[in-house]
Write a protein that binds this ligand. Structure first.
Ligand code: F3S
Length: 438
């Protein structure tokens, strides 16, 4: 490949030409191509953190790094340039890290493999491959909500390279750090990313004001509001009003729901998020020309779309999209203590929180109640529901939206009951859905 890219530094040109080895060369060539596609005129040096996503070693159709090349790189001292976390396995299968023994569903890629088969789990864990990445410094957190466990968050203005729907707005809006949707082996290994969109101050300013009829306070309201805002603003940067101060759980739901209804990578909550002390400041001093008003009928309409079912019988309840934080687990344990579920209740968290949940006695409570804690995966990512499940209850817009695609039978679609986590717990105990938009 020839290059015509005058804004590469001398060091970047050397890497591009292969003077620092094949792995770095492929990464740099890939990033140059990403610059050309995105219109970025240079790379930015990352001073924050990386969150590497699949497809991992295959950067694109044209830039594939083999495991042997990577092993050689690691053996010769090659390391990630920035603190790097892995939100998923780059090696294909997405098995739960904990709790896989009870995960009686078939693998997405190979329907003959069951997730609860020890042989499948051993194969899917790719310990040899992960050893190479860990040697390079990767922290294999396996969570789409890595910010819950990183214990090393970027500060305001730091340039990062993250991925995942709830993470990107968490980085940009909640933390005030800067990322595009580009956490890959190339960005994390080189510590560089194409300089465009959310890395540039002006692109982060709010472009559209969003107002809502009711005060957004409950977890379910944040979730439905997020989906509705995302649908309404698409790729704009909304300045979102009408809310109370969000909890971490509400940030998780709002962020993932906005990226499900639309493609929101940055937003402002005036008086709350770091770059929005006021509406005027969030807009960068520019006059806002667009306002979207969301009334209760729009919230209800989206609730009804997500709450798709024709019968109130529920076969299974699934909580943990995005992965539950430790306070969610503590509250769930409190609600399930002394209760018994009638249908399977699966709870998903981040692998680094699983041992804490065990130490705090929550797993004991879940097991006595008949519920099942797992970590490091999700039903949508595994691409299936357990055999026989035709109706599932969930408490987030993102899982409600994507889980239907895991059962793509148009004539007999998966029934989804969508509501608050209390509605879901009630369904787990009774086998019936009684949730509604309130
Ligand atoms: Fe995470 Fe899966 Fe939800 S990747 S955000 S738990 S759809």
């Amino acid at each position: 490949m020839s290059y015509d890219f005058p804004s590469l530094t001398d060091e970047e040109k050397r890497i591009f030409q292969g003077e620092e080895g094949i792995v770095k060369q492929k990464c740099m060539q890939y990033l140059v191509e990403m610059c050309q596609i995105s219109g970025a005129d240079r790379l930015v040096d990352l001073d924050g953190t990386g969150d590497m996503h699949t497809p991992g070693l295959a950067l694109s159709q044209f830039y594939q790094i083999t495991l042997d090349e990577l092993r050689d790189f690691a053996d010769n001292g090659g390391r990630f340039a920035i603190p790097t976390f892995a939100n998923k396995s780059p090696f294909g299968e997405q098995p739960p890290i904990h709790g896989w023994e009870s995960c009686n569903i078939c693998g997405q890629k190979n329907p003959e493999w069951r997730q609860d088969d020890p042989a499948f789990h051993e194969k899917a864990m790719h310990e040899d491959e992960f050893a190479v990445l860990r040697k390079m410094g990767m922290m294999t957190t396996h969570s789409c909500a890595n910010y819950l466990t990183m214990s090393y968050l970027p500060s305001v203005g730091q340039h990062c390279s993250w991925f995942e729907s709830s993470q990107m707005p968490y980085c940009n809006a909640t933390l005030g750090a800067r990322t595009n949707f580009d956490g890959t082996l190339a960005t994390c290994l080189l510590g560089k990313a194409p300089y465009y969109d959310m890395h540039i101050t002006e692109n982060r300013w709010g472009t559209i004001l969003v107002e809502v009829d009711r005060k957004i306070k409950t977890d379910l309201e944040w979730d439905v509001y997020g989906f509705t805002v995302g649908e309404a603003v698409d790729v704009e940067v909304p300045i979102v009003t009408g809310t109370a101060r969000p909890t971490t759980t509400q940030y998780q739901k709002f962020n993932s729901a906005m990226s499900t209804g639309g493609a929101v990578r940055m937003y402002h909550l005036p008086g709350i998020t770091p770059e929005a002390p006021t509406i005027e400041f969030a807009a960068g001093g520019r006059k806002l020309t667009k306002t979207i008003k969301i009334d209760d009928s729009a919230l209800r309409r989206n609730y009804d779309i997500l709450n798709f079912h024709t019968s109130n019988d529920v076969d299974m309840v699934y909580l943990g999209c995005p992965h539950l934080n430790i306070v969610d687990l503590m509250k769930l344990a409190g609600k399930l203590d002394g209760k018994k579920v009638k249908i399977p209740l699966w709870i998903m968290t981040a692998p680094w929180l699983y041992p804490q949940a065990k130490a705090l006695g929550y797993i004991d409570i879940f097991e006595k109640a008949g519920a099942h804690l797992m970590s490091g995966a999700c039903l949508a990512a595994m691409g299936a529901v357990p055999d026989g499940v035709r109706s599932i209850a969930v408490d987030t817009a993102k899982q409600a939206y994507y889980i239907t695609g895991c059962y793509p039978d148009e004539n007999d679609p998966l029934q989804v009951c969508y509501g608050s986590s209390d509605d879901c717990i009630d369904a787990a105990i009774t086998g019936k859905w009684r949730g509604e938009w309130r």
